[in-house]
Design a binder for this molecule. Structure first.
Ligand SMILES: Nc1ncnc2c1ncn2[C@@H]1O[C@H](COP(=O)(O)OP(=O)(O)O)[C@@H](O)[C@H]1O
Ligand SMILES: N[C@@H](CCC(=O)OP(=O)(O)O)C(=O)O
Length: 379
């Protein structure tokens, strides 16, 4: 019997596929060329079916290690960056060769957190990727590991692929991993764990199932995959997490058959600008709010006023992204602040009409205007 959500996934036209290191490399660390060949053939075939395809690929560090004959990830960041520089070229060379056999043009896109944090660069990256799709090219995206310093890193490609899916408003994100999908517990540790075919809402119960990475090559484990699912589904992109060991099985999604775990996109899709606010800029600090402000934000759709703020953390300036947390430390939302740390210290707990008297100027009545605020607590 065909289940309704399968029909929805089958219709997807713009697709982001993310492939992890564990899928791309052998246990030896060398590239798994057979698998890459099958993946490329499947993606080329999706394009032949009229779909737009974007590939987010890991494996630069892994391929660099394999090339140098090393079998352990170096612990120093500099060394890993050097590995990535060696491996990225190798990775692209293999993709270029394989894709050219089946037809599609490929394009390398390397992104850093800044390209997502900065609204101008975000829009620029979006336009470039959309232009590539217009040319029927397949953008092959990875993090620019060689130049992204640790504090400016997105960190791993599950998150990068979800950000990319949001960036280009993809219909579907497919995460290829070394596991068949989300299980009730880590199947490597708990043999009685069972596969969950579909997730409609990512709640505490689902998050609690996730464990860490399964191989020494993978980085994120299930935690980052669920975080990616959360980002993607909130942005209107459904996600399928499936095993990448037989890439031709991707086709099953488009035949309307169940495969892996499907995370269905939320009906409550946030606007593109709010999506950028939620997941784009780096968080520079936090404000703790009282119960009254928490209610106003969560229940009444109000802006954050200085009167509801009781504590400040971090160092931030006007225009920066800050977290809004309650007294128990739970994140309620994120937004762009109208006041920097120094000024906010003077006006927190005060009424908006007092702002000008205290500071000698007033940027706005609100510390975070509703338009610049995204509530994350209800997701
Ligand atoms: N609840 C779970 N369901 C499935 N896999 C899980 C779960 N919890 C932890 N894992 C582990 O996550 C691993 C996949 O993540 P990772 O090794 O980072 O792969 P990748 O390189 O594909 O990103 C699986 O091999 C599995 O051992
Ligand atoms: N950008 C890194 C990949 C980081 C990463 O997320 O790896 P993985 O967990 O295998 O998807 C690389 O190319 O090696």
């Amino acid at each position: 019997m065909k289940v309704d959500y399968l029909g929805r996934l089958q219709q997807a036209r713009r697709i982001v596929v993310k492939v992890g290191t564990s899928t791309l490399t052998h246990a030896s660390g060398k590239l798994n060329l057979n698998r890459m060949e099958q993946l490329v053939r499947q993606l080329a075939d999706l394009q032949n079916q009229g779909k737009e395809v974007v590939l987010v690929t890991s494996g630069a560090v892994g391929a660099g290690l394999g090339r140098l004959g090393l079998n352990e990830r170096p612990s120093s960041i500099i060394e890993r960056q050097a590995m990535a520089a060696i491996g990225q070229g190798l990775l692209m060379q293999v993709y270029e060769k394989l894709f050219s056999e089946y037809g599609p043009i490929v394009a390398q896109v390397l992104l850093t957190r800044n390209d997502i944090s900065d609204r101008k660069r975000y829009l620029n990256a979006r336009n470039t990727i959309l232009a590539l799709l217009q040319y029927r090219a397949i953008p092959i995206i990875n993090e620019n590991d060689t130049v992204a310093t640790e504090e400016l890193k997105i960190g791993e490609n599950d998150a990068l692929s979800a950000l990319v899916a949001g960036l280009i408003e993809a219909d579907l994100l497919i995460l290829l991993s070394d596991v068949d999908g989300l299980f009730t517990a880590d199947p490597r540790k708990d043999h009685s764990a069972t596969l969950i075919p579909v997730v409609v809402e990512i709640d505490q119960h689902i998050r609690a199932m996730a464990g860490g990475a399964g191989s020494s090559w993978g980085t994120g484990g299930m935690v980052t995959k669920i975080e990616a699912a959360q980002m993607a589904t909130a942005a209107g992109t459904s996600m399928v997490l499936m095993n990448g060991n037989e890439p031709s099985r991707i086709q099953r999604i488009f035949n309307g058959e169940p495969v892996g775990t499907a995370f269905l996109s939320s009906h409550n899709v946030v606007s593109s600008r709010k999506r950028w606010i939620a997941y784009g800029p780096q968080v520079n600090g936090a404000v703790v709010v009282d119960a009254g402000a928490e209610r106003a934000l969560l229940r009444q759709g109000k802006s954050l006023l200085p009167s509801g703020i009781s504590e400040l953390h971090g160092e931030f300036e006007e225009g920066d992204m800050i977290q809004v947390v309650n007294s128990e430390g739970m994140e309620l939302g994120r937004g762009l602040t109208n006041y920097g740390m120094e000024h906010l210290q003077k006006i927190m707990g005060k009424k908006s009409i007092e702002i000008e008297m205290i500071l000698g100027f007033k940027t706005a009545d609100e510390v975070i205007h509703r338009d610049n605020l995204v509530i994350t607590a209800l997701n």
